[in-house]
Design a binder for this molecule. Structure first.
Ligand code: P6P
Length: 335
């Protein structure tokens, strides 16, 4: 039926969500509402980000977050806004945020979902006006409705995600998400306060000629990573590294490419967090026909043990990830 066709560009996010929900007769609308709540928070955070330079709320807040990283004021603002939107929305019973060590209970113990999120990744880029992003990952709870959410709700593993996505606050603000039936991309129209569908059924090109990696860590990289990066240079690929994961990821999703965050001396498991960076971005890239590895293992297959655990991330065009795997074999890594 017409619902299974890609929705026409220009559809609003609301109409798109309703149309998609109509494709699932058993859908009860909670996930749809949860996505709307996330979109609302995104609009609010977008406004704060755009005003930041003017309201002088950028710069270091002085507080340290649980990661021991210098916390930017906008980190705090974004975290509060997403938590408040999800609390008011009523669909999520708990939240795991990069900014908080423990899970945050929303008070909606009847909520069917839990959300893991990085409210504002790459916040060190704010002061220099580089694009930044929010990343979110949604699970159906496994603990009984009416009870408090548990660790198990958040440690179900990447393949149990029911939805995932990100907001990119760039030259335009875009919301990209999937509920497991393809990737949709929406562009925000400030004057109307609406997200409009700009791409439906996004597929990452199988091959690309862009690699995104911080080569300052070259001396730390395992031989198979150096082997691959050398191959990229021999092929005269383009290096593009914005230093903001969502921005690098989004460009590679549309143009083809690979993003690499390997183990380093400072971070033996890489710098990126599994539950609210690796898993959601891996969910999306597989929906878009790409691949995501943490090493020899697919990111989505990693069994999680800790809320804030890190994992290496090699993610993007399928043929580029395959070339990376060939380098593992070449360097004797058991695959
Ligand atoms: P490095 C930003 O701090 C971030 O989490 C990602 O957005 C980005 O891709 C990466 O870290 C940059 O890390 O070590 O290359 O500066």
């Amino acid at each position: 039926n017409e619902n299974t066709l890609a929705s026409p560009v220009g559809t609003t996010l609301d109409r798109y969500i309703m149309r998609k929900q109509a494709e699932f007769p058993f859908a009860t609308g909670e996930l749809s509402q949860l996505l709307r709540d996330i979109a609302l928070a995104a609009k609010i955070v977008n406004r704060e980000i755009n005003r930041a330079g003017l309201m002088d709320i950028t710069g270091n807040y002085g507080a340290q977050n649980v990661q021991g990283e210098q916390q930017q004021k906008l980190d705090v603002v974004a975290n509060i806004r997403f938590i408040r939107a999800l609390k008011n929305g009523g669909e999520a019973c708990a939240i795991l945020s990069e900014e908080d060590d423990e899970i945050i209970y929303t008070g909606n113990d009847q909520g069917r979902y839990v959300v893991a999120m990085d409210p504002l990744d790459g916040s060190s880029n704010i002061d220099v006006n580089v694009s930044i992003g929010t990343i979110f990952s949604i699970y159906r709870r496994v603990s009984p409705m009416g009870s408090k959410a548990t660790r198990e709700d958040f440690l179900q593993g990447g393949r149990k995600q029911v939805a995932a996505g990100y907001i990119l606050y760039g030259s335009s603000t875009m919301l990209v998400y999937s509920t497991g039936h393809g990737v949709a991309c929406f562009t925000y129209e400030h004057s109307l306060g609406e997200f409009f569908l700009s791409h439906d059924g996004v597929q990452i090109p199988a091959q690309g000629t862009t690699f995104s990696c911080n080569e300052g860590n070259w001396l730390d990289y395992p031989e198979w990573v150096r082997c691959y990066l050398t191959q990229c240079k021999e092929r005269r690929y383009t290096g593009r590294y914005i230093g903001s994961l969502v921005a690098d990821y989004h460009r590679n999703l549309f143009k083809g490419g690979i993003y690499l965050y390997p183990p380093t001396a400072k971070n033996l498991n890489g710098k990126l967090r599994l539950l609210y960076e690796g898993y959601p971005l891996a969910f999306l890239i597989e929906q878009a026909g790409g691949k995501a590895l943490a090493g020899t293992e697919a990111v989505l297959d990693i069994v999680p043990t800790d809320y804030h655990q890190r994992a290496p991330l090699f993610i993007g065009s399928s043929e580029m990830v395959d070339d990376l795997v060939a380098c593992m074999a070449q360097e004797g890594v058991p695959t």
